[in-house]
Design a protein around this ligand. Structure first.
Ligand SMILES: Cc1cc2nc3c(=O)[nH]c(=O)nc-3n(C[C@H](O)[C@H](O)[C@H](O)COP(=O)(O)O)c2cc1C
Length: 376
């Protein structure tokens, strides 16, 4: 076959195949969604022990953000209103988060959602972090009058990485966000010297991490390319949660696998995407943790601040995109505090910007039965 006509053939066949695929996969053309029924049976032990409201509280808590969507929480139900929250060690990210900093921030976000949903369902939440021996966090729920808390915010929150405008964040909106934790929230406009410095550090650290094989392999382990894997695991990053949608989404769901993440093309495309992302935003919010920065109580509290910040931002059509590589890679993680004029290394770096509309959440979650065990 003539090379040109062959190229034509491939082109048309690919389009033809894509057409067929579009029809035959119309029902699931967006891949697995949060509403796709779960293939595994719910745990009836949990249903026996907890009221429907308390099961909803756990489901709401699990909608919290977590790095690579690892959902690193494990709950042991001691009594219906006393729960123990611990790290699930199989969900750690030793390459990018060896000290479990992001992991504990994610647990803090989980507590944030839990507290809000519990309040809406008529419970006050008491948190106790035990540091004697093995570290454990005890959650006690006390019956109370139900608070008028809207759960739409936490159920519709998501990480937004695409479509951020490079418009300045209005002073009134900044005030509104800063009120959540005035001592912890620092804002750097995109065009300020420190904003530029954050953009530069983010690109460099992202590039370094992309070419650090163990870190890239760890990322590959948490990407669920196929719908089948996404449906059964219900965690990690899916094409939809990485904003790869439409025909491109179908293509990667069908043809990409773990090795694709390790290819130089994938790494290069990632760096290119980050260069565009840092150009397009209103600025950066840096979350500081109080001293001692690495204590669990502090990180849980900072994670909760982060959660509440994202919920408040949603109400103002402000997207929040954590970009953590600067805090994960050497030398940037040791230099960032000095570059920003801060006393200590920040806990989180967030790209923020207005969006025209707030898209619906798409990242998957495991049901409570999969992260809860019952005592005894
Ligand atoms: C501590 C922490 C660090 C994160 N770091 C990044 C990051 O560096 N890049 C990114 O794109 N998303 C990051 N995320 C967002 C997660 O990927 C996201 O929360 C997860 O995939 C679930 O999606 P959702 O937030 O839309 O529910 C981070 C989230 C947390 C809690």
């Amino acid at each position: 076959m003539h090379p040109l006509s062959r190229r034509h053939f491939i082109h048309h066949t690919a389009l033809g195949l894509a057409g067929v695929a579009t029809l035959s996969t119309a029902v699931r053309c967006g891949g697995t969604t949060r509403n796709t029924p779960h293939s595994k049976n719910p745990d009836s032990a949990l249903a026996h022990l907890l009221s429907a409201d308390l099961q909803t509280v756990l489901r709401d808590a699990s909608l919290a953000p977590s790095s690579h969507n690892t959902q690193p929480w494990r709950i042991r139900i001691i009594e219906p209103l006393i729960w123990e929250l611990e790290i699930d060690p199989s969900r750690r990210l030793p390459q990018v988060d060896p000290l479990n900093i992001e992991l504990r921030l994610s647990l803090g976000a989980f507590i944030g959602n839990l507290r809000l949903s519990a309040a809406a369902h008529g419970y006050q939440t008491e948190i106790e972090t035990r540091t004697d021996g093995e570290e454990k966090t005890i959650i006690r729920l006390h019956s109370d009058r139900a608070q008028a808390v809207s759960l739409d915010d936490l159920r519709l929150r998501r990480t937004i990485r695409k479509g951020l405008q490079d418009k300045e964040i209005a002073a009134a909106d900044l005030d509104f966000l800063q009120k959540i934790a005035p001592e912890a929230i620092r804002f750097f406009p995109r065009r300020s010297p420190r904003g530029e410095s954050l953009a530069q550090m983010t690109i460099e650290a992202f590039r370094a991490q992309s070419y650090r094989d163990p870190a890239q392999e760890e990322l590959a382990d948490w990407i669920r390319w196929s719908s089948r894997e996404a449906e059964s695991r219900r965690d990690g990053l899916t094409p939809a949660s990485m904003d790869i949608t439409g025909m491109a989404g179908w293509f990667v769901r069908t043809f990409y696998n773990r090795d694709s993440v390790l290819s130089s093309k994938f790494r290069e495309q990632g760096v290119k995407m980050v260069i565009e992302q840092v150009e397009n935003c209103g600025g950066w919010i840096v979350l500081e943790a109080e001293n001692p920065a690495l204590s669990t109580a502090t990180l849980l509290q900072t994670g909760e601040h982060f959660l509440r910040l994202t919920l408040a931002a949603r109400s103002r059509l402000i997207a929040v995109h954590p970009m953590s590589q600067t805090l994960e890679e050497t030398p940037w993680k040791n230099e960032v505090a000095a570059q920003l004029g801060l006393q200590q290394r920040p806990a989180m770096i967030l790209r923020v910007g207005y969006v025209d509309r707030y898209p619906r959440p798409v990242s998957l979650r495991r049901p409570p039965a999969e992260f809860c065990t019952t005592a005894g």
